[in-house]
Design a protein around this ligand. Structure first.
Ligand code: MLT
Length: 264
């Protein structure tokens, strides 16, 4: 594991291969990409950072913005000297990926958006996040994280893979309250990146769990339609955490997309 300006960054595979940068969702950590790393580390150079304040990144003040998250990821791409990476983000990681690609489109050769959206928070979501911040300040983060992650997984994944789910949650509940609050503030204050999609000249793959209630298929189909080289894929038997809930389907689709980018 490397520390790059306080960000914990894991790298897998051969630096000479096409780089893939994976950005995790809220309030998780890079560990959510384990099943993609197993699949892609052989043929790609995989990079999985923890966002500032989460996972194994250094404890933070909790005063975070999406711009700060974007600064961090662009800095790590430059520091690791990654050439034309493909950027892949889930949900909050997708919000960051969209903003990063809007700021520096020339850096990337492709974008993979999993279970995410380009709109900013409407007022009712801002109020929910403010209530979450108050709760975490009063009671700590653990109860909130447990409840939140239960809500984002596809119910039948929870029934059939409870031990696996439990192992992940045991890691994620260690996220410090300041980091979780910081991520909520960053999401609350993020900009709308819808217009940017129209200008992306690289291929964009939009992946969505068929039962994703948070960022439903209709929303992700629209994202794919906006991007000139956009493609939509619906993941069967999956909700908001499709790369973890149905890794086989997601990995196959990503493989096909990467072959399209590399012309193999
Ligand atoms: C996530 O999965 O990253 C979050 O659900 C995103 C959000 O709360 O908007």
């Amino acid at each position: 594991m490397n520390m790059i300006r306080g960000l914990s960054v894991r790298t897998y595979g051969n630096l000479k291969h096409q780089p893939l940068v994976f950005l995790h969702g809220f309030p998780l950590s890079q560990s959510m990409w384990n099943k993609q790393i197993q699949e892609f580390e052989q043929d790609y150079y995989c990079v999985t950072p923890d966002f500032r304040g989460l996972g194994e990144s250094v404890p933070s003040t909790g005063l975070h913005t999406m711009e700060g998250f974007a600064d961090d990821i662009l800095f790590l791409i430059e520091t690791l000297d990654l050439h034309k990476p493909v950027l892949c983000g889930l949900s909050m990681g997708g919000y960051a990926a969209l903003r990063i690609a809007e700021r520096a489109p020339e850096v990337f050769s492709g974008l993979i958006l999993c279970d995410t959206k380009s709109s900013s928070d409407p007022d009712e979501v801002k109020l929910k996040r403010a209530a979450a911040i108050k709760r975490i300040q009063q009671d700590g983060a653990e109860g909130y994280i447990r409840e939140f992650v239960h809500g984002i997984f596809y119910p039948s994944f929870l029934e059939n893979h409870f031990a696996e789910f439990d192992r992940y949650v045991a890691q994620w509940v260690k996220n410090p309250p300041e980091g979780v609050i910081g991520a909520l503030l960053a999401m609350m204050g993020r900009t709308d990146t819808t217009e940017a999609l129209k200008n992306f000249t690289f291929p964009v793959l939009c992946i969505c769990g068929a039962y994703d209630a948070m960022t439903p298929p209709s929303v992700m189909k629209d994202l794919a339609r906006l991007a000139p080289q956009g493609e939509y894929y619906e993941v069967p038997e999956a909700g908001h955490m499709s790369p973890l809930e149905n890794p086989e389907a997601v990995n196959n689709k990503i493989q096909e997309f990467l072959r399209r980018i590399s012309g193999k």
